[in-house]
Ligand binder design. Structure first.
Ligand SMILES: C[S@@+](CC[C@H](N)C(=O)[O-])C[C@H]1O[C@@H](n2cnc3c(N)ncnc32)[C@H](O)[C@@H]1O
Length: 260
């Protein structure tokens, strides 16, 4: 019997498992922990950043939920961490639909098992880079109604989409499917991050799915074309949460857009 299921790749770092380790989880391999420690050597505060990023995700769910959005699509959802999107969405409306989407089989297995007793919550094993296929699945498998507003979150995902995979066009495809009153929230690795962080994450993850493309403020802002860019805008994600959170050597921009 094969002990490692298809696609799990225990010999190379996977962003879902590295992120799980940074958050204090246990669903990771040596290779993921070594990768995380190469970052932590330069920027020990990256563990805090991982939690700030989770808080940004949940804040985006609250912003959309407060305006009446009742369908949430978490793209690149990661290994389940509590509190999660459905827990926050269900504080406002226990019937709100939540679809978790990730292309990592470890994420899918955990997510699917944990969500079994939530009828309005589904897990999809799919690749966000295949937007047309995913939009179909969200309708057919997750019951998402794109004639009604949705909130799409892409937290820590778009920087894994390389330039030749056309991230701006990808986001635009999702935007075009969204009804007025919908929200898009994302974070993205910034090219103003500490050079040593950029070097280490680039070298260590070269040609793996954990390879990050750090982008400029202008490039990241362009992903919001066709959206109203909510305040405080495209800024280090700490600024979405509080005035007094520390800066980090790994800079992640956070942004929330509303489709009017
Ligand atoms: C850094 S983790 C962030 C997880 C989660 N969004 C969070 O904030 O806690 C990035 C996640 O995106 C997923 N991911 C990366 N590229 C993807 C793709 N092309 N399609 C679907 N998921 C992807 C990874 O498997 C991983 O779970």
């Amino acid at each position: 019997m094969k002990r490692v299921p298809e696609g799990v790749a225990p010999q190379e770092p996977r962003s879902a498992r590295v992120f799980d380790y940074l958050l204090g989880g246990k669903d990771n391999y040596d290779v993921d922990r070594e990768f995380a420690h190469r970052i932590l050597q330069v920027a020990p505060e990256t563990r805090s950043l991982a939690w700030f990023s989770r808080n940004f995700l949940l804040e985006a769910v609250r912003i959309a939920g407060a305006t009446g959005v009742r369908q949430f699509i978490d793209l690149g959802s990661g290994i389940p961490t509590s509190p999660n999107v459905h827990e926050v969405a269900h504080e406002t409306d226990p019937t709100a639909r939540v679809a978790y989407v990730d292309n990592d089989p470890v994420v899918f297995v955990h997510c699917n098992a944990l969500m079994g007793n939530h009828p309005a919550v589904t897990a999809l094993h799919a690749d966000v880079r295949h937007a047309d296929r995913l939009l179909e699945l969200l309708e057919s498998e997750s019951g998402i109604d794109f004639t009604q507003p949705v909130a799409i979150t892409m937290v820590g995902v778009l920087h894994f989409v390389m330039d030749d995979e056309h991230p701006a066009e990808l986001v635009a495809r999702y935007r075009d499917a969204m009804a007025p009153g919908s929200y898009l929230a994302f974070t993205h690795g910034a090219d103003i991050s500490h050079p040593e962080i950029i070097a280490r994450t680039s070298q260590d993850a070269m040609n793996t799915s954990a390879q990050v493309r750090y982008r400029s403020l202008d490039q990241v802002t362009s992903f919001l074309d066709g959206f109203e860019n909510l305040e405080p805008g495209v800024v280090p994600l700490q600024q979405w949460l509080a005035d007094d959170l520390p800066e980090t050597k790994l800079v992640l921009y956070g942004a929330v857009g509303r489709k009017n």
